[in-house]
Ligand binder design. Structure first.
Ligand code: ADP
Length: 786
């Protein structure tokens, strides 16, 4: 029976159980009762499927009613043994066998057992309630003298099955009906004889009723029959081995090969080559019997339990046979049950179906969730990319992403606008290709590209500035930072370049620097004029004071006072000294101004520079000595002819010696040396004086610079001497440098190029117009020294 059939059956059964138990609630306590003894008198032997199914149905029904029971089955075996004598012998046997037995109820299966009990039950089993079943062709009169009987009638649905078969096989001309020769078979034949004339008359059908149709042997005979023959298998059939087979065991062998459609009325014949029919089920029959028995066991008199006359039957078919005879399920009666439907539809366990349904729903949910998550993720990704793009495009700095070959793979609006790039063509180009494409010039482009390599290969962050120039446009300065992008394996295959336009910043810084310089220069000038006025006023004041003193001496002249002359000469000497100082300041100022304005010209002649330096040194030696200093001249060459302006060399050397004397305390030493370095001649003026602090050394040659700027400084000077010296040296094409250490001394080293004016004779220093022999010069240059 298929799944649906089972459900309907169980539902029906549950309904009946519910009905019986609720209508006799007074017997609810029967479960407390002792075990009920039941005897089943089976007309047949064991293994007759019909009666076996009935017994199974009885048991399951009794179990459901919660009645404790003990069943004993007695097989009459009337299929093989029958006749009056046999029944009599059974009576004798049972009489003996059950003489001491008392049963709570006796159930008979099929007509032979029913007839036996009707005959002998009062004697064999007095006062025992009887429940019969499987009784064909029942009449109420059968129970007239048997008040302890109730039961279930077995109505064989022959007519319904015959109608069904003829409806499905409309061209049927012959019907073979196979019945057994049992008691039931005979009764069946009687019933058939009543209904057949109708079909013969109405449909002109030929009926053959056979008792001993051998389905195996007669198979060939059946084949002879045209397609207009069907068979109706009723109470039994015959094989070679056994008559009246009603067991399941031999069914297969026989029916599957039968060449005509076979219909039946019992479920045990299904699945063995029978198409189907209105089918009686032994089990269902037995379940109803069980219900009746349970009521009897509860104490209800069987006469008060009506006989169930409409035994349950259902249209049941075998799918394989329907297929074999091309019978469409649409032609079958409503609510028909079809067994053996294709496996795919009917053999999958329910749990498995539910499992798969739940699995599919779960998977679908996951899928939908996943799809929606992915959709959300994609939308979020697009949104985030847009945000990122907006961000990098709004960023004022230039951004570019390069691959391992230095090709641009991503950039922003600022970079595109800065280089005026084509919005599409920039992709995949290197710096060089892009700049050429856009006529942009970068000085040292290769050097900058090298920073790419540094960032990529050494994973270093680099920072530098690049100057860009395009056509006539003003140059632009970018500060560039290159950063490698490191992947999970610590490799860098791409880099980010960030550029910031610092043109205006650099220009502003440059302007600021120039402004600062201008301000500093202005401060210096102001300071210089303050110094200068002091420098000018000091000698003037001295001169003025000396003059006043002389005037005083003159007014108080007394020929007896001899000292007056001495005082007179002393003050004129002071006046002279300060006049020299004034002359020197003025001379220096004039020369500086001339040099600055480019009017100063050297009067170059070929001189023996060694002689010039030596002459100058020796001429001031006594001067140094009067200041307690020793002055030493030394040279590694006797003669070196170079083109120079001897008067200016004089100014240079006197200035340096004057400073050396000024800044060296008494007892110190001044050395003047000349070195021949072949292409250059080196002159050094070295002292053992106070020296110059390291932080002042760089600015010492700048104009108006004095190390000690206080007005109360103890040495005179205007701060333009060294500046003039440097300018004069440089006018000669030479250089001057300072080596000095505080409190140890200073050394000024002049290098002059060895250059001779061609075709010009060598001039002697002593022949020059402003030759130093005029003591005036020394007095002027040394006027700062007292
Ligand atoms: P000034 O007329 O004031 O001497 P210079 O230009 O000749 O101006 O010198 C500038 C300053 O350099 C001096 O004021 C002094 O501070 C320093 N200076 C120059 N020569 C020497 C030296 N030989 N030893 C120490 N300081 C020196």
């Amino acid at each position: 029976m298929n799944f649906r059939g089972k459900i309907i059956k169980h539902f029906f059964f549950i309904f009946l159980v519910y009905f019986f138990f609720n209508s006799h609630i007074a017997f609810a306590n029967t479960t407390e009762e002792p075990e009920k003894k039941i005897l089943i008198l089976n007309s047949y032997h064991k293994d007759v499927k019909w009666s076996d199914d009935i017994i199974a149905g009885i048991k399951s029904s009794l179990k459901a009613s919660d009645i404790k029971f003990d069943i004993h089955v007695e097989y009459m075996d009337t299929k093989k043994f029958y006749g009056e004598n046999y029944i009599k012998s059974l009576y004798e046997m049972y009489k003996n066998k059950y003489k001491n037995s008392k049963f709570d109820s006796i159930i008979s299966i099929d007509n032979a057992a029913f007839d036996f009990l009707r005959e002998y039950s009062k004697e064999l089993f007095p006062n025992t309630p009887m429940v019969f079943c499987g009784v064909n062709y029942f009449k109420d009169s059968m129970l007239e003298s048997n008040s302890l009987f109730t039961g279930v009638v077995e109505n064989i649905p022959i007519k319904e099955t015959l109608d069904l078969a003829l409806n499905l096989h409309k061209n049927t001309k012959n019907v073979i009906i196979i019945v057994s020769n049992s008691v039931t078979g005979k009764a069946t034949k009687n019933a058939l004889n009543e209904i057949i004339p109708y079909y013969v008359k109405a449909f002109n059908i030929n009926f053959t009723i056979t008792e001993n149709f051998n389905l195996v042997n007669d198979k060939e005979e059946l084949k002879q029959h045209s397609k207009d023959t069907i068979a109706l298998l009723l109470s039994g059939y015959t094989t070679d081995y056994q008559d009246n087979i009603m067991t399941e065991r031999d069914g297969d062998i026989i029916l599957n090969d039968v060449p005509i459609p076979v219909y039946a009325t019992w479920d045990f014949l299904l699945n063995h080559g029978v198409i189907g029919g209105k089918i009686l089920s032994g089990k269902s029959h037995g379940e109803v019997v069980g219900l009746l028995t349970s009521r009897v066991l509860m104490g209800i008199n069987p006469s008060n339990i009506p006989v169930v006359k409409n035994s349950e039957s259902q249209y049941v078919f075998d799918y394989k046979q329907l297929l074999k005879y091309s019978i469409k399920s649409a032609y079958l009666p409503k609510n028909s049950i079809i067994n053996n439907l294709p496996i795919k539809s009917y053999t999958i366990p329910t749990q498995l179906i539910w499992f798969f349904v739940i699995l599919i729903i779960t998977l679908l949910s996951f899928l939908i969730l996943n799809i929606s998550e992915r959709r959300d993720a994609k939308a979020a990704l697009i949104e985030s990319e847009e945000r990122l793009r907006t961000l990098i495009n709004t960023f004022p700095a230039l951004i570019c992403l390069k691959d391992s070959k230095g090709r641009w793979v991503e950039t922003n609006k600022a970079a595109i606008e800065f280089f005026n790039l084509d919005p599409v063509l920039w992709k995949g180009k290197t710096d060089k290709e892009l700049l050429e494409l856009n006529d942009v010039y970068i000085e040292g482009i290769l050097k900058y590209q090298n920073f790419d390599n540094l960032a990529l290969k050494k994973a270093q962050v680099t920072k530098h500035t690049e100057v860009f120039k395009k056509d006539t446009e003003e140059e632009k300065i970018l500060e560039i930072i290159k950063m490698p992008i490191i992947d999970a394996n610590n490799n860098s295959n791409s880099l980010v370049v960030i550029g910031q336009d610092i043109t205006s910043l650099v220009k502003a810084q440059e302007n600021k620097r120039l402004l600062n310089e201008l301000v500093a220069y202005e401060n210096l000038r102001t300071e210089f004029f303050a110094n200068l006025s002091h420098e000018l006023r000091t000698p003037l004041n001295v001169i003025l004071s000396a003059l006043q003193y002389i005037e005083l001496i003159h007014a108080n002249y007394n020929e007896h006072q001899h000292n007056n002359f001495e005082s007179y000469s002393k003050y004129t000497s002071i006046m002279k000294q300060n006049c020299y100082r004034l002359v020197r300041i003025v001379n220096n100022l004039i020369d500086i101004t001339k040099i600055d304005s480019g009017y100063f010209e050297l009067e170059l002649e070929n001189y023996n520079i060694v002689e010039v330096i030596e002459e100058i040194s020796l001429s001031v030696a006594s001067y140094a000595e009067t200041n307690g200093l020793s002055l030493i001249f030394d040279t590694d060459v006797e003669e070196k002819i170079i083109a120079c302006d001897a008067n200016m060399i004089e100014r240079i050397i006197l200035n340096l010696i004057s400073n050396a004397i000024k800044f060296t305390d008494s007892g110190g030493q001044i050395s003047i040396n000349v070195y021949d370095l072949s292409d250059t001649i080196q002159i050094s003026v070295k002292d053992t004086g106070i020296g110059i602090a390291e932080d002042k050394q760089a600015s010492i040659f700048e104009r108006f610079i004095q190390v000690d700027k206080s007005l109360s400084r103890n040495r005179e000077g205007s701060g333009i001497g060294l500046s003039l010296v440097k300018s004069l040296v440089e006018l000669h094409g030479g250089t001057i440098k300072l080596i000095s250490e505080l409190n140890k001394g200073s050394s000024f080293i002049i290098s002059l190029p060895v250059y001779v004016i061609p075709d010009k004779e060598i001039k002697l220093y002593s022949d020059t117009v402003n030759h130093l022999s005029s003591e005036e010069k020394i007095n002027i240059e040394f006027s700062d020294i007292y």
